[in-house]
Design a protein. Structure first.
Length: 66
């Protein structure tokens, strides 16, 4: 069964301040579900988002050479 994380759990998981997550929600950089006035986040969606943001070794090396 999939468990949804609240904002505190997500902040802890990402090691970020809650305000950063609220900012990202407002900027539509990250998605969440608002249930009963409380934001919830699907861990699978967060993990997929993190993977999509990952930079490969070749990208890092080419960026350093410039």
């Amino acid at each position: 069964m999939n468990r949804l994380m609240n904002i505190d759990e997500l902040a802890n998981y990402l090691r970020l301040q809650k305000q950063t997550i609220y900012n990202w929600l407002h900027q539509k950089k990250i998605s969440g579900i608002k249930l009963g006035g409380v934001w919830r986040f699907d861990r699978r969606d967060i993990d997929a988002w993190l993977r999509s943001r990952r930079r490969g070794i070749s990208e890092i090396k080419s960026g350093e050479e410039k």
